[in-house]
Design a protein around this ligand. Structure first.
Ligand SMILES: [Zn+2]
Length: 193
């Protein structure tokens, strides 16, 4: 399993990747098995610090991503946008089918216990702050940081965490780089992780 796999709008999920993922349930959502174990440890550690973190989204099949994509495009077109306008707006916050990290089983959308959707102000909550401080210890990174939108192709998403393994997570977080930069600078050293 390549925990450093890059999936974005320029690098779609390789064919057959999904068939090899072993999925495991955490809080009613599915994750790749090692990701699930680390996520459970992270949620347990947060709760030991008195902070309950909810899990909104985990693994999504490509079919499900396609459905989300079509739903959002038609919603925006219903507001009067052209197809091209809708596509360019929606692609800033939702990955194209086949290009979503959620299809790898390595990504988690996290939230406060009362939230039923992702929140822009999640970074201001106790949960968001705790994750910024500790996620790297469990192998997770904030995947779409501020000021890296030109590299990730996705707007800032304080709720979306991605499992990459502890060593890479520490280096990425401490250096303030995103996964795209990490792979550009360090791929020789870490591609066998
Ligand atoms: Zn997400």
């Amino acid at each position: 399993m390549n925990y450093l796999i890059l999936v974005n709008k320029f690098e779609p999920l390789p064919a057959g990747f999904t068939d090899e993922i072993k999925l495991k349930d955490v809080c009613g959502r599915l994750f790749e098995s090692q990701t699930a174990e680390c996520l459970e440890m992270m949620l347990y550690a947060a709760s030991s610090d008195g902070i309950d973190i909810g899990v909104l989204s985990g693994y999504r099949s490509e079919e499900y991503q396609q459905m989300l994509w079509e739903r959002e495009i038609s919603r925006e077109m219903g507001k009067g946008l052209s197809y091209n306008e809708a596509t360019s707006l929606v692609s800033r916050t939702l990955a194209l089918p086949g290009c979503s990290e959620h299809s790898t089983g390595l990504a988690a959308d996290l939230c406060t216990p009362s939230a039923d959707d992702t929140e822009v102000f999640f970074y201001k909550t106790e949960q968001g702050k705790w994750l910024c401080r500790h996620a790297q210890e469990y192998g997770f990174i904030l995947r779409y940081p501020r000021m890296k939108e030109h590299l990730t192709g996705i707007d800032y998403e304080p709720w979306h965490y991605r499992y990459v393994g502890q060593e890479a997570a520490r280096l990425i977080t401490e250096s303030g780089i995103c996964l795209e930069e990490f792979l550009h600078f360090y791929s020789d050293k870490y591609t066998t992780c």
